[in-house]
Design a protein around this ligand. Structure first.
Ligand SMILES: [Zn+2]
Length: 227
């Protein structure tokens, strides 16, 4: 298999959910205190460690793309995730959150890195599920550190289960026009924080995009979405 980002031989799998997010939610995961992993096909698969291959995308990357090339992107998400989950007072729907508190002095650069982190996950989902979205723009954006003009992020809260700690990735829902995807949307969920990752052609004016964020935004804040 080839790495979908650079085309080299692929030998590495990206985590479905970032290891640092799982660690901060579930602590130390072992065979004796496992996580339970569900897919549409199979429920309650015990996971004895967060490095398990079951928690990785099947689409492969080369080690370089998965590690050094995207390490800064991973770290930016790690910081933003921690900030939004631990913020006091806690995030609420409708709240305007200042990003310079999460990234003092480097909002634009760090938020671009967050965008590139979700491009890596989105590209893995596209490759793994053969979704008819051109993946070239995803790889070019990651290789050159530039935004994908059609990928937006919206930050949500209030979607969590009241009693069960839950982290996961939804399936990608798509709206197609003449065989091509005009709009696609999926969620990355980590406890009370969810990220809605969207792909939208310029003609798409979806509700989900209203408070969505894109690196072309100059404002240094995001509006938290919720039900
Ligand atoms: Zn690569």
């Amino acid at each position: 298999m080839k790495c979908w980002i650079c085309g080299d031989e692929a030998n590495s799998g990206e985590h479905l959910i970032k290891a640092s997010d799982l660690k901060s939610m579930f602590g130390h995961v072992t065979q004796k205190s496992p996580l339970f992993f569900h897919t549409d096909q199979k429920r309650n698969q015990p996971i004895g460690g967060i490095k398990s291959d079951k928690l990785k995308y099947q689409a492969r990357l080369c080690a370089r793309c998965n590690n050094e090339r995207t390490q800064q992107h991973d770290r930016a998400w790690e910081s933003l995730s921690k900030y939004l989950r631990e913020r006091q007072p806690p995030i609420k729907p409708g709240m305007l959150v200042r990003l310079d508190r999460a990234f003092p002095g480097s909002v634009s650069k760090s938020m671009l890195a967050v965008h590139l982190y979700f491009l890596k996950l989105f590209g893995c989902l596209i490759a793994e599920n053969n979704i008819p979205i051109h993946i070239d723009q995803f790889s070019q954006s990651i290789l050159h550190g530039v935004p994908h003009p059609r990928v937006w992020l919206a930050f949500w809260t209030g979607l969590q289960h009241p009693n069960i700690k839950h982290a996961g990735c939804s399936q990608v829902e798509t709206a197609q026009l003449g065989g091509r995807v005009a709009f696609a949307s999926w969620f990355y969920v980590i406890d009370k924080l969810a990220v809605n990752v969207m792909y939208a052609e310029p003609s798409e004016h979806r509700r989900g995009l209203v408070h969505a964020w894109h690196p072309s935004h100059v404002g240094k804040h995001v509006r938290i979405c919720g039900q």
